[in-house]
Design a protein around this ligand. Structure first.
Ligand code: 6PG
Length: 272
């Protein structure tokens, strides 16, 4: 089993609650140490219910949103009001419903020239992480406290798609790429900055992801073909939060998997 831990939730609702608890715990820890919480949100459809949950009173009141800086792991090169915009989705279901200062919402400018937008975003990330040049520092206050990621059924994550140069990037923190499989330009954080985070949490939900999750976590190491494998925190924690449907193909004979009894005989409760 590739590095990190996997936590299996019985249902997708329980999965979103587990993810919301992680978000709150990471925010509290970062604010205790560095006075603020710097998070990179993921896009796609899976995290939408997490963001909706975080906007509910039960969770929203547990985060001091005035000290949260919100970034994105990737964006589609579309205007911010476009239905395909990751920023739009997060704004509609979360950021417009919690008291995060507008100046702390750092969106990728998908409407601009992709190359310029990527360079501008790197400057903005570097400014907030107090690292004007050089490699990222893996220390509190100068790294992402939490990077949320999804996994596509082709093994991509953020907008690190199979066979694209950003997967192997060693210098730039943000890149623009034209991605053939989705016929569009994308902006993405690279592993250079993602891997310096205190915590990287993958959120994977649904049976349609089961075969790919098994390949990514328990198959041969082919990060160019399966970019989710390219993510490996240098000093931080890697966590996979998945539901039982997505975990259906995983071989359970390893200590890194914890979960709840789902179906008698299929999965033992906590293995430790
Ligand atoms: C995006 C995402 C992307 C996403 C996966 C999974 O902009 O599309 O950041 O990496 O996480 O494609 O998407 P779903 O959650 O919709 O399956």
């Amino acid at each position: 089993m590739r590095g990190g831990t996997i936590e299996i939730s019985a249902t997708s609702d329980a999965l979103m609650q587990a993810a919301a608890e992680r978000f709150v715990a990471c925010a509290e820890a970062a604010m205790r140490v560095a006075g603020c919480f710097v998070v990179a949100l993921s896009g796609g459809s899976t995290p939408k219910r997490l963001y909706m949950l975080l906007a509910t009173a039960a969770y929203a009141r547990r985060v001091d949103w005035s000290r949260v800086h919100v970034f994105w792991g990737d964006e589609r090169c579309v205007p911010p009001d476009d239905p395909a915009s990751n920023c739009r989705m997060a704004r509609e279901v979360l950021l417009s419903r919690v008291p995060v200062p507008e100046g702390n919402v750092h969106r990728m400018r998908g409407e601009d020239d992709p190359g310029s937008a990527a360079a501008a975003y790197e400057r903005e990330v570097r400014e907030i992480l107090v690292t004007p040049d050089g490699p990222p520092a893996c220390i509190p206050g100068r790294r992402f406290d939490l990077v949320l990621l999804g996994m596509g059924d082709n093994g991509h994550t953020a907008s690190l798609f199979p066979g694209t140069p950003a997967v192997r990037e060693t210098e730039r923190w943000v890149m623009a790429q034209y991605v053939n499989v989705v016929s569009m330009w994308r902006l993405t954080l690279t592993p250079v900055i993602i891997d310096s985070a205190a915590e990287i949490t993958f959120l994977v939900c649904g049976g349609e992801k089961a075969a790919m999750l098994h390949r990514v976590l328990q198959g041969p190491d082919v990060p160019d073909a399966l970019p989710a494998q390219a993510i490996a925190p240098r000093h931080g924690r890697l966590r996979w939060l998945v539901d039982a449907a997505a975990a259906a193909d995983l071989e359970r004979s390893c200590d890194d998997i914890t979960g709840h009894d789902l179906q008698p005989g299929r999965i033992s409760a906590r293995r430790r």
